[in-house]
Design a protein around this ligand. Structure first.
Ligand SMILES: [Fe+2]
Ligand SMILES: [Fe+2]
Length: 213
Protein backbone atom coordinates (compact mmCIF):
# COMPACT_ATOMS: atom_id res chain seq x y z
CA UNK A 1 0.00 0.00 0.00
CA UNK A 2 1.41 3.34 -1.05
CA UNK A 3 1.85 6.20 1.43
CA UNK A 4 -1.27 8.27 1.97
CA UNK A 5 -0.39 11.81 1.01
CA UNK A 6 -3.48 13.15 -0.70
CA UNK A 7 -7.29 12.89 -0.61
CA UNK A 8 -7.03 10.61 -3.63
CA UNK A 9 -4.70 8.26 -1.71
CA UNK A 10 -7.18 8.17 1.16
CA UNK A 11 -9.99 7.48 -1.29
CA UNK A 12 -8.00 4.63 -2.80
CA UNK A 13 -7.29 3.24 0.69
CA UNK A 14 -11.00 3.33 1.62
CA UNK A 15 -11.89 1.71 -1.69
CA UNK A 16 -9.45 -1.17 -1.02
CA UNK A 17 -10.93 -1.66 2.47
CA UNK A 18 -14.45 -1.76 1.00
CA UNK A 19 -13.37 -4.15 -1.72
CA UNK A 20 -12.11 -6.54 0.95
CA UNK A 21 -15.35 -6.12 2.94
CA UNK A 22 -17.59 -6.91 -0.03
CA UNK A 23 -15.51 -9.95 -0.96
CA UNK A 24 -15.68 -11.26 2.61
CA UNK A 25 -19.44 -10.74 2.68
CA UNK A 26 -19.83 -12.82 -0.49
CA UNK A 27 -18.26 -15.67 1.52
CA UNK A 28 -20.25 -15.09 4.72
CA UNK A 29 -23.76 -14.55 3.33
CA UNK A 30 -24.32 -18.17 2.16
CA UNK A 31 -23.31 -19.39 5.63
CA UNK A 32 -25.83 -17.06 7.27
CA UNK A 33 -28.51 -18.24 4.82
CA UNK A 34 -27.76 -21.85 5.62
CA UNK A 35 -27.89 -21.30 9.38
CA UNK A 36 -31.23 -19.46 9.34
CA UNK A 37 -34.37 -21.33 10.24
CA UNK A 38 -36.62 -18.63 8.82
CA UNK A 39 -37.41 -18.79 5.10
CA UNK A 40 -37.63 -15.03 4.65
CA UNK A 41 -34.25 -14.48 6.29
CA UNK A 42 -32.69 -17.26 4.23
CA UNK A 43 -34.08 -15.71 1.06
CA UNK A 44 -32.90 -12.23 2.06
CA UNK A 45 -29.34 -13.48 2.63
CA UNK A 46 -29.30 -15.55 -0.57
CA UNK A 47 -30.58 -12.70 -2.72
CA UNK A 48 -28.14 -10.28 -1.13
CA UNK A 49 -25.26 -12.63 -1.85
CA UNK A 50 -26.02 -12.18 -5.56
CA UNK A 51 -26.27 -8.42 -5.13
CA UNK A 52 -23.00 -8.39 -3.21
CA UNK A 53 -21.23 -10.18 -6.07
CA UNK A 54 -22.31 -7.24 -8.23
CA UNK A 55 -21.05 -4.82 -5.54
CA UNK A 56 -17.60 -6.41 -5.90
CA UNK A 57 -17.75 -5.95 -9.69
CA UNK A 58 -18.88 -2.33 -9.27
CA UNK A 59 -15.88 -1.64 -7.06
CA UNK A 60 -13.59 -3.30 -9.63
CA UNK A 61 -15.00 -0.85 -12.16
CA UNK A 62 -14.07 2.00 -9.82
CA UNK A 63 -10.49 0.77 -9.69
CA UNK A 64 -10.51 0.78 -13.50
CA UNK A 65 -11.82 4.36 -13.53
CA UNK A 66 -8.96 5.31 -11.22
CA UNK A 67 -6.54 3.48 -13.50
CA UNK A 68 -5.31 1.33 -10.60
CA UNK A 69 -5.46 -2.20 -9.26
CA UNK A 70 -6.81 -3.13 -5.82
CA UNK A 71 -4.19 -3.69 -3.13
CA UNK A 72 -4.86 -6.42 -0.54
CA UNK A 73 -6.09 -4.74 2.65
CA UNK A 74 -7.74 -6.58 5.54
CA UNK A 75 -11.04 -5.09 6.65
CA UNK A 76 -10.90 -5.84 10.37
CA UNK A 77 -14.40 -4.53 11.02
CA UNK A 78 -15.90 -7.34 8.96
CA UNK A 79 -13.36 -9.79 10.42
CA UNK A 80 -14.57 -8.77 13.88
CA UNK A 81 -18.22 -9.39 13.02
CA UNK A 82 -17.26 -12.80 11.66
CA UNK A 83 -15.29 -13.65 14.81
CA UNK A 84 -18.20 -12.56 17.01
CA UNK A 85 -20.47 -14.79 14.95
CA UNK A 86 -18.11 -17.76 15.27
CA UNK A 87 -17.85 -17.24 19.04
CA UNK A 88 -21.65 -17.26 19.26
CA UNK A 89 -21.88 -20.46 17.19
CA UNK A 90 -19.41 -22.12 19.59
CA UNK A 91 -22.02 -21.69 22.34
CA UNK A 92 -24.15 -24.15 20.36
CA UNK A 93 -27.24 -21.92 20.53
CA UNK A 94 -30.67 -23.22 19.56
CA UNK A 95 -31.53 -22.64 15.92
CA UNK A 96 -34.07 -19.89 16.73
CA UNK A 97 -31.45 -17.92 18.64
CA UNK A 98 -28.88 -18.40 15.88
CA UNK A 99 -31.41 -17.14 13.35
CA UNK A 100 -32.02 -14.00 15.39
CA UNK A 101 -28.29 -13.52 15.90
CA UNK A 102 -27.58 -13.86 12.18
CA UNK A 103 -30.32 -11.40 11.24
CA UNK A 104 -28.83 -8.87 13.65
CA UNK A 105 -25.27 -9.53 12.41
CA UNK A 106 -26.47 -9.00 8.83
CA UNK A 107 -28.19 -5.80 9.89
CA UNK A 108 -24.98 -4.57 11.51
CA UNK A 109 -22.85 -5.38 8.49
CA UNK A 110 -25.21 -3.49 6.17
CA UNK A 111 -24.86 -0.41 8.34
CA UNK A 112 -21.08 -0.71 8.31
CA UNK A 113 -21.26 -0.83 4.52
CA UNK A 114 -23.68 2.10 4.40
CA UNK A 115 -21.35 4.28 6.50
CA UNK A 116 -18.44 3.41 4.20
CA UNK A 117 -20.44 4.21 1.06
CA UNK A 118 -21.62 7.57 2.42
CA UNK A 119 -17.98 8.48 2.86
CA UNK A 120 -16.87 7.09 -0.52
CA UNK A 121 -19.72 8.86 -2.32
CA UNK A 122 -18.81 12.15 -0.69
CA UNK A 123 -15.11 11.74 -1.53
CA UNK A 124 -15.79 10.64 -5.14
CA UNK A 125 -18.17 13.53 -5.59
CA UNK A 126 -15.65 16.08 -4.38
CA UNK A 127 -13.01 14.64 -6.74
CA UNK A 128 -15.37 14.79 -9.72
CA UNK A 129 -15.51 10.99 -10.10
CA UNK A 130 -19.18 10.88 -11.06
CA UNK A 131 -19.05 7.36 -12.50
CA UNK A 132 -17.75 6.11 -9.16
CA UNK A 133 -20.49 8.03 -7.35
CA UNK A 134 -23.12 6.21 -9.42
CA UNK A 135 -21.56 2.80 -8.82
CA UNK A 136 -21.35 3.43 -5.06
CA UNK A 137 -24.95 4.60 -5.03
CA UNK A 138 -26.09 1.37 -6.68
CA UNK A 139 -24.35 -0.60 -3.94
CA UNK A 140 -25.61 1.69 -1.19
CA UNK A 141 -29.24 1.43 -2.29
CA UNK A 142 -29.15 -2.36 -2.18
CA UNK A 143 -27.41 -2.36 1.21
CA UNK A 144 -30.02 0.03 2.60
CA UNK A 145 -32.83 -2.14 1.22
CA UNK A 146 -31.26 -5.25 2.77
CA UNK A 147 -30.93 -3.53 6.15
CA UNK A 148 -34.59 -2.56 6.02
CA UNK A 149 -35.63 -6.08 5.03
CA UNK A 150 -33.62 -7.67 7.86
CA UNK A 151 -35.05 -5.19 10.38
CA UNK A 152 -38.59 -6.13 9.34
CA UNK A 153 -37.92 -9.87 9.48
CA UNK A 154 -36.16 -9.57 12.86
CA UNK A 155 -39.06 -7.56 14.26
CA UNK A 156 -41.60 -10.14 13.07
CA UNK A 157 -39.63 -12.98 14.64
CA UNK A 158 -39.25 -11.07 17.90
CA UNK A 159 -43.00 -10.56 18.05
CA UNK A 160 -43.60 -14.20 17.28
CA UNK A 161 -41.35 -15.33 20.13
CA UNK A 162 -42.88 -12.74 22.45
CA UNK A 163 -46.36 -14.04 21.66
CA UNK A 164 -45.38 -17.61 22.40
CA UNK A 165 -43.84 -16.47 25.71
CA UNK A 166 -46.99 -14.55 26.66
CA UNK A 167 -49.54 -17.16 25.72
CA UNK A 168 -49.39 -19.28 28.96
CA UNK A 169 -49.75 -16.16 31.13
CA UNK A 170 -53.03 -15.39 29.41
CA UNK A 171 -54.38 -18.82 30.26
CA UNK A 172 -53.60 -20.32 26.89
CA UNK A 173 -51.31 -23.27 26.48
CA UNK A 174 -48.19 -22.36 24.53
CA UNK A 175 -48.79 -25.02 21.94
CA UNK A 176 -47.23 -24.27 18.59
CA UNK A 177 -50.65 -24.20 16.94
CA UNK A 178 -51.74 -21.27 19.13
CA UNK A 179 -49.35 -18.84 17.56
CA UNK A 180 -49.83 -18.05 13.92
CA UNK A 181 -46.52 -17.67 12.16
CA UNK A 182 -46.40 -14.65 9.87
CA UNK A 183 -46.44 -15.28 6.13
CA UNK A 184 -46.35 -19.04 6.34
CA UNK A 185 -43.17 -19.21 8.37
CA UNK A 186 -42.47 -22.05 10.80
CA UNK A 187 -43.42 -21.52 14.40
CA UNK A 188 -40.78 -20.67 16.95
CA UNK A 189 -41.19 -23.45 19.47
CA UNK A 190 -41.96 -22.31 23.03
CA UNK A 191 -39.27 -22.90 25.60
CA UNK A 192 -39.32 -26.40 27.04
CA UNK A 193 -38.50 -24.81 30.40
CA UNK A 194 -41.78 -22.91 30.55
CA UNK A 195 -42.67 -19.25 30.20
CA UNK A 196 -40.01 -16.74 31.04
CA UNK A 197 -37.29 -19.32 31.47
CA UNK A 198 -36.37 -19.85 27.86
CA UNK A 199 -32.94 -19.84 26.35
CA UNK A 200 -33.81 -16.86 24.25
CA UNK A 201 -35.59 -13.78 25.54
CA UNK A 202 -36.21 -11.11 22.89
CA UNK A 203 -36.17 -7.53 24.10
CA UNK A 204 -39.83 -7.10 23.15
CA UNK A 205 -40.81 -9.90 25.50
CA UNK A 206 -38.66 -8.98 28.49
CA UNK A 207 -40.94 -6.38 30.03
CA UNK A 208 -43.99 -8.61 29.69
CA UNK A 209 -42.46 -11.53 31.59
CA UNK A 210 -42.82 -11.09 35.35
CA UNK A 211 -42.09 -14.55 36.63
CA UNK A 212 -39.59 -17.26 36.12
CA UNK A 213 -36.37 -15.51 37.09
FE1 LIG B 1 -22.57 -4.24 -0.31
FE1 LIG C 1 -24.59 -5.52 1.87
Amino acid sequence: MQAIQSPRDLFYYDLCAMYDAEQKLVQVLPQLAQECQDNQAREAFTQHEQETRQHVRNLEQCFQILGSQPTALENHTINGLKQDHDTFVQQQPPREALTMYDIDAGYQSEHIEMAAYYRLIDAAHSMGLQQCVQLFQQNLQQDEAEAKKLATIGHQLNQQVAMSAQAPQQGQPAAPGNVSPPMGQPNVAPSPQGPGQGYYRPRHAQHTIRSGR
